[in-house]
Design a protein around this ligand. Structure first.
Ligand SMILES: Nc1ncc2ncn(CCCCCNC(=O)c3cc(-c4ccc(F)cc4)cc(O)c3O)c2n1
Ligand SMILES: [Mg+2]
Length: 214
């Protein structure tokens, strides 16, 4: 049967990127998605904003919702100091299988824990599975209608602390209107929009950065 897009993206990484070099894995994926096949990675333009927020927060504990092929997973993990852990949740086993190989190819597997399953099921298990008390940083990039229920779940499970940073992809395209309305109007968050473009296109999109105020 015909290969899938994630498999073709993995093959491009294995063929063109330098093993153990996260930046070359990132550049190879961006080149593939611009010149061969579009894929729903956060991409290079929004990726620079993601990098700057990760560097600013310098999190000890980080959570990513929606791994896909592991592009943003590698982007985030390459900036984390030793001894920190990025937990990334992926629902689709085929995506997870590709992501594991891309993460391993980048050499960052010791900083990343990829867990297969739905965020709604796994978030309540973070304490028992990983001994996580709270997350310093959360990157939301999964089902757009799960952003709002999942941050409410993070609040309920007391996985956020005063100053925890949420960064949400695709708040314009495909769009997360209920999430935006909540974080921009809730007294419990201080929110800021970073205007950008949908990965590899001229379509408007952006990232919403929200600080949990406790
Ligand atoms: N609950 C749970 N727990 C864990 C999970 N793991 C995965 N999932 C499901 C996530 C499925 C992929 C989510 N990502 C997107 O849908 C997405 C789409 C576009 C896009 C597409 C077409 C267009 F024309 C324009 C824009 C662009 C993006 O940057 C996107 O991130 C989970 N769900
Ligand atoms: Mg996205």
């Amino acid at each position: 049967t015909r290969s899938t897009r994630p498999q073709r993206l993995l093959r491009a990484v294995q063929k063109k990127a330098i093993k153990g070099d996260p930046q070359s894995v990132i550049s190879t994926i961006d080149y593939f998605c611009r010149h061969s096949e579009w894929a729903m990675n956060v991409g290079d333009e929004k990726g620079v904003i993601l990098d700057s927020v990760v560097c600013e927060v310098s999190p000890s504990t980080a959570l990513e919702l929606g791994t896909y092929c592991g592009y943003s997973t590698v982007r985030i993990a390459r900036l984390l100091p030793p001894g920190t852990k990025l937990i990334t949740l992926e629902f689709n086993p085929d995506y997870a299988a590709v992501a594991r190989q891309i993460i391993e190819y980048s050499g960052l597997q010791d900083k990343i824990c990829l867990v297969e399953g739905a965020s709604g099921d796994l978030i309540p298990k973070m304490q028992e599975l990983f001994g996580i008390k709270t997350f310093d940083f959360v990157f939301l990039d999964h089902w757009k209608d799960r952003y709002l229920p999942d941050i409410k779940l993070l609040e309920e499970c007391q996985l956020l602390r005063k100053g925890s940073i949420l960064l949400a992809d695709n708040v314009i395209c495909p769009g997360t209107p209920d999430y935006l309305e909540y974080v921009r109007n809730s007294p419990r968050y201080e929110s800021k929009y970073f205007k950008s473009h949908l990965e590899y296109t001229k379509v408007e999109d952006g990232l919403e950065k929200s600080v949990f105020l406790g």
